[in-house]
Ligand binder design. Structure first.
Ligand SMILES: [Zn+2]
Length: 302
């Protein structure tokens, strides 16, 4: 009979506590602060806008910043910091920041780089649309007419080449080196790539646990639940703040930043309140945690 490691204290206990902290403290904290921060960013976007014509630089800078901050807000809203999704999102944030930093750096000597970035994206939209049209694809995530509208939004789209490489023919590693962020790249790129590309390490970390039956030679058995991994929220804060700092450099003065949540407060401080908050606590627990014991029984017999 298998002995799942999650059934042995501390097992997953520490991670569930981290998840609880995230739900009870971190999440409410960011609900308020990100609402104000996003409002400030939108205001700064509007007050620094100087034309209603295409301004490839301005729209890229604020678009990328809103994209990064928006991803962070979604992560908080959907309480996904401890999930596989958060790892994919962390990777997206890394790419968002490095793209913005690279555009900012390159534009010092090559001001048209903002147009090239934009044209590449329009070309990609055009490519997506053509593939949908040729193959008569139907998907739940995209209506072809929506992507066609984006591809044709800028008047110069007819002249837009479909470039299959990166918009500046560089990979992310080189970009990171150029903007002096190789350590940040090394810190997050390979780990998060594993989740985006479904590498074995990511599959192993998120979907399997060890069996502790000494006769079973520490083989792996599926986790009985959705994964609860270390929270990626603080890592996201680190990257979002780099994005906001870059906005500040390109369009001064934008001083809004995310703070680290005063969470990870020692859970024992809250044990007393927990009794009186039993009801809230139950309702705030993730749906997937409830059935562990029941599933353990089922799986234990297998
Ligand atoms: Zn076993």
């Amino acid at each position: 009979m298998c002995i799942p490691s999650s059934s042995i204290p501390p097992g997953l206990e520490g991670r569930y506590r981290e998840f609880e902290t995230e739900l009870k403290h971190t999440r409410p904290f960011y609900f308020d602060t990100t609402k104000n921060l996003r409002h400030d960013l939108v205001t700064h976007c509007l007050t620094t806008s100087v034309t209603s014509a295409i301004d490839a630089k301005h729209e890229a800078v604020f678009g990328l910043a809103l994209y990064g901050l928006g991803n962070f807000i979604e992560n908080n809203f959907y309480r996904s910091g401890v999930s596989v999704n958060a790892r994919s999102m962390l990777r997206t944030l890394l790419e968002t920041y490095l793209t913005l930093a690279y555009l900012a750096e390159k534009s010092k000597t090559e001001p048209t780089i903002w147009d090239e970035y934009r044209m590449y994206g329009n070309g990609q939209a055009n490519l997506v649309y053509r593939k949908f049209e040729e193959n008569n694809f139907q998907t739940s995530s995209l209506k072809p007419e929506d992507i066609e509208a984006i591809a044709n939004e800028d008047k110069w789209v007819e002249f837009v080449p479909i470039n299959l490489g990166h918009w500046d023919n560089l990979d992310l590693r080189k970009i990171a080196e150029i903007v002096g962020e190789k350590p940040l790249y090394d810190k997050f790129f390979t780990y998060t790539s594993g989740f985006v590309h479904a590498n074995w390490a990511a599959v192993r970390e998120s979907q399997y646990q060890k069996c502790l039956n000494p006769l079973h030679r520490l083989h792996r058995i599926p986790s009985f639940d959705l994964p609860v991994m270390g929270s990626a929220t603080n890592d996201m804060v680190e990257i979002v703040n780099k994005i906001l700092l870059t906005v500040d450099e390109l369009y001064p003065d934008f001083k809004g930043r995310l703070d680290f949540a005063p969470a990870n407060k020692d859970i024992t401080d809250n044990e007393e309140d927990e009794e009186s908050e039993t009801k809230d606590e139950t309702s705030s627990k993730p749906d997937q945690t409830g059935d562990i014991a029941a599933e353990e029984n089922t799986n234990g017999e297998a």
